[in-house]
Structures are given as C-alpha cells and as structure tokens.
Design a protein around this ligand. Sequence first.
Ligand SMILES: Nc1nc2[nH]cnc2c(=O)[nH]1
Length: 383
Amino acid sequence: MLKKFSSKSEESGHKDDCHDSAPKSPTRRLAVASGVRWWAMVAVDMVMLLSGGTVATLLSRLYYNSGGNSKWMTTLTQSGGAPLLAIPLLLTPPSEDDRQPPAAASSKLAAVYAIIGVLIGLDNLMYAYALQYLPVSTFSLVASSQLAFNAVTSRLINAQRFTPLIANSVVVLTFAATVLAIGSSSDGSSSGNYHYNYAAGFVLTVAASAAFALILSLYELTFERVVMAQTARWVLRVQMNSNLVASVVAVMGLFASGEWRTVPGEMAAFRGGTVRYVATLAGTAAAWQAALVGQIRLVARVSSLFANATGVVQLPLVPLFAVVLFGDRMTGIKVVAMLMSAWGFMSYAYQHYLDGRRAAGTARAQCSMCAAQAASDAVSDAS
Ligand SMILES: Nc1nc2[nH]cnc2c(=O)[nH]1
C-alpha cells in the first residue's frame, strides 16, 4: 500500500484486503479518496499550478521584452528556485509515513534525481528557446501537444486506462489551444519585435512537450515504485533534488556557452535597471517552483495526466492576463478557448467523480462480503 499525503486512512481510502482487490480506476489510485477535503486540496494544488505558471510565463516574457536575451538564464530560472523548497520542507512536520525508513536505497534515489534532473534541464532549455522563437499563440498551439504525448507516456509507463470522458478531455483541451492559436495569430499580441525562427521554435516546442510528458510520467513512477510514498515531504524532496540537478545543468550551460559574459551588459541595459532585472528573474524562479509544487502534488495525488491537463488549462489563461498586463487585445476567440478549456477540464473531473462513487460502492459491497464471510467463519469455528 502506498503512503499518501498526510492522513493515510482518509486519503488512501480503505487499507484492508477488500480494497486491495478493487480494479484500478481510470483516474487511478485516489479514486476512493473523493471527500470534500481531498477535492479542496486538489483545488489548492490547481490554483498554485495555474497562478504560479501564469505569473512565471508572463515574467519570462517581461524579461525578453525588457532586453533580456540569455537562454541559459531563462533555463536557470525554471529550476533555480529549488533551494526555496527547503523552507516548506523544514516547516512541514513529518507524518507517520515519513518516519519509516525510505523504501529505496540512497544510490537508487540519487540515480532517479539525476535522470529526471538532466531531463528537466534539457526541457527547460528547449522551453526557453521555444518561448522566444515562437509567438505566444503558436507556442500555445504546439505546447498543447504535451497532453497528447502524456496520454502516450502515461499509458506506457503508468498503465493509465482511458475512458471516453478522459479521451474527450485530452481532445477538447488540445482543441482549446488550437482555437486560441488560430484566432490570435493576427491579433497584435505584444510578443516583442522578434524575427521569429519558426522552424527551430516548432521543433523545440514539440521536443520540450514530449520531454515534459515523460518527466511527469517518471515522477509518477518514482512515487509509486521507487519512494513508494506520496507524503507532502516526499513531494518536496523529490522536486527539490531533481530541480537542483537541473540547475547544475543550467549553470554548466551558462558557463560552457560563454553566455555568462553577456550577463553584466544585459543587466545594465535592462529596461528599469539592475534591481528590476534581478527582481524579474527572482520572481520568475519563485513562481516556477510554486507552480511545480502544485503540479507535482497533483501527480502524486491524482496522476501525471491530470497534472498535465491542469497545466494545459493555463495556456488560454496567459493571453487573458496579457490583455490586462501587456495591453493585448481581448477577442471572442480567446473567450471560446477558455470555455473549451473549462469544458475539457470538467470532463476529466467528472470522470474522477464517477470513479470515486464507483470505488466507494465496490468497497462497500466487498466489505459486506468480508463481513458475511467472517460471520460464517465464526459460525463454523463454533460448531
Ligand atoms: N515543456 C514544458 N516545460 C515546462 N516546464 C514547466 N512547465 C512546463 C510545461 O508545461 N511544458
């Protein structure tokens, strides 16, 4: 039995043999944990992912719009806030499960952190190039392919089952981003005065989308098969260590590419000056980690596909905030994209709700069978 967030009995459902024989549900291991408190915690994780991711993406755009140009620096901001995670890690009291010895040897854990961390470093670099090489609209369109990639990786790596509602969710969310991209390709979005490098941007966005889907599935596999725990502390530890490895990759890239030499000049020429430069990068780094805490907790609580679906909801949110912050035009198509996003997401959430009800019914039926079996055993023992 896996160790779940905080209270085991409430969140992991039934610990007895009745539950162990229940079939896996499409929305997977926590289908039985569908109480109000559990949904509230999922909602908090979603808000963290959506708000953190939106702020981080907008700040990355601000960096480029204000004169920033270093790809390795943008790469570093995506993982460089990892040491901040030491604060919640220290403040989170260990649960009963955290006091057990780790299920995996330290060397195995180190190898997992290294593999996922290097993948994150490469994904972050490709993501940084993609953000700069493509207009936001095209980027959103191509980046939504990560959900389709995740459908494949979670089928192959995490044995995710698909139902019509989940397939609908994947298709509708992908369409939402497509509608957005087609509709906003000529709406005067303030993406800066770049000479876009479409071909490279396209290939890098697709590669980053595939890499990110793989990363989320590997996180899920790590919680299920390596650490065999999904407590809040384990989530923070796995995120912190893998992102520290990714930061080492980014720092090595910054020095090996020689880009570090351009940083002082970039800082001096930055619109708003040095303080604004540092504040923009520090804010981006903190926002990415907040988003990732939400996303990785969703991987642990629900599944990598659910975490990715939530992340894709963010794609239509970014243009909406860009309307307010960068003066982009609001169009009907953006509203349609957002409504489609909400529909795609509700489809997944409804499947989860159905699973929760079905799992609770199955558990009740099995427990009454267990009780009847126990009573008949007691009668035969007595006679
Ligand atoms: N490729 C990719 N990288 C990310 N890094 C943080 N979020 C994302 C994402 O949604 N996609």
